[in-house]
Write a protein that binds this ligand. Structure first.
Ligand code: TXA
Ligand code: MG
Length: 313
């Protein structure tokens, strides 16, 4: 029974498991957006070498307003296109949304899918759901349950089958954090439709014009979030006034440890929250990070730390 499946899927999500579910664009791989561990599991299962920020799916505009600060433009666009294939990037409120969801950024992307099963699941789950497309990184986005099964099958807790997605391309992503709305990804709602409602043109980067997902180079995006303090990586002997972020059993006076047992999934879950906690220029001269093995989720962790450690000026 479908109602039983939805109830079970909601339970799995609340408990920190992964559920693939249909949306009108593509199938999503959902996790409780409040849980660092559940979101880390998304990255582990997809095998993404980088932490791209994920979209938070909600069942109503009201729920979105609990997560992010709506501007007049956001309210206008939501009135016209939500529910539907439109994602809005807005400043985050003081919320429990995992920082891994937003890859450390102070903004969160929110979307209200129109697919009835997605809507029912979000209502049932009662928590916001972070979800990228439900496929292994670097492969095509899935538009039916069979695609998801072929790509992720046994690695996830449940697949809700809602038939074929009608739109077939991902949602349009708009950055509404500055005065001029900017197109970050072309998608299910066309630029023309949006510009008509706004009565003005969107800022567009070259890559955003393309039909398919060309994430505005994650490097470019992630450089928006860098700790205020300088970051040194692969450190085994921290300086006395540095905040030491440990991994495994180094015992060099670390202030925080990403994972004392050396578990990469736990380290990924803690990464952005811990960097923020250590980022105290009044107390420390810099952040020194222990070596992290460059395998599995360690690739994404090292990618992020390498970016954070680039000299800034
Ligand atoms: O149609 C869709 O949007 C599908 C379904 C499952 O809803 N989801 C999807 O998620 O395509 P994903 O993770 O593959 O794409 C998320 C996009 C990326 O281009 C990412 O860079 C952007 O949204 N994004 C997410 N959070 C952001 C943020 N805080 N700032 C800027 N861009 C963000
Ligand atoms: Mg994708």
């Amino acid at each position: 029974m479908l109602a039983d499946d939805i109830r079970k899927a909601g339970e799995i999500l609340r408990a920190g498991g992964l559920v693939a579910f249909p949306t009108e664009t593509v199938y999503g791989l959902g996790a409780n957006a409040y849980s660092d561990q559940a979101v880390a599991e998304i990255f582990a299962v997809k095998g993404r070498p980088q932490f791209n920020p994920l979209i938070v799916h909600v069942s109503s505009v009201n729920s979105a307003e609990e997560i992010v600060v709506f501007s007049d433009t956001a309210t206008l666009l939501a009135k016209h296109f939500c529910p539907g294939p439109l994602t809005l990037v807005l400043p985050r409120k003081d919320t429990k949304i995992s920082y891994l969801v937003s890859a450390g950024l102070d903004t969160v992307a929110v979307r209200m899918p129109s697919h009835p099963l997605a809507h029912a699941l979000l209502l049932e789950a009662g928590v916001p759901v972070a979800a990228p497309s439900a496929n292994v990184s670097g492969t095509l986005s899935p538009t039916c349950a069979e695609d998801v099964k072929a790509s992720l099958g046994s690695r996830i807790d449940m697949i809700l089958d809602g038939g074929a997605s009608d739109v077939g391309v991902e949602s349009t992503v708009l950055d509404l954090t500055s005065d001029t709305p900017a197109l970050l990804r072309a998608g299910g709602v066309t630029v023309e439709e949006i510009e008509k409602v706004l009565g003005k043109t969107l800022l567009k980067s070259d890559s955003a014009h393309k039909e398919v997902e060309v994430p505005r180079s994650p490097g470019q995006l992630l450089s928006h979030y860098a700790p205020k303090l300088p970051v040194r990586i692969n450190v085994t002997e921290p300086l006395p006034d540095e905040a030491f972020l440990g991994f495994g059993s180094l015992n060099k006076g670390e202030v925080l440890n990403l994972s004392p047992s050396g578990d990469l999934k736990e380290a990924a879950a803690n990464l952005f929250r811990y960097l923020r906690r250590l980022d105290q220029p009044e107390t420390f001269s810099g952040i020194a990070v222990a070596p992290i093995p460059a395998k599995g989720l360690g690739l994404a962790i090292n990618d992020r730390l390498t970016r954070a450690s680039f000299p800034r000026g």
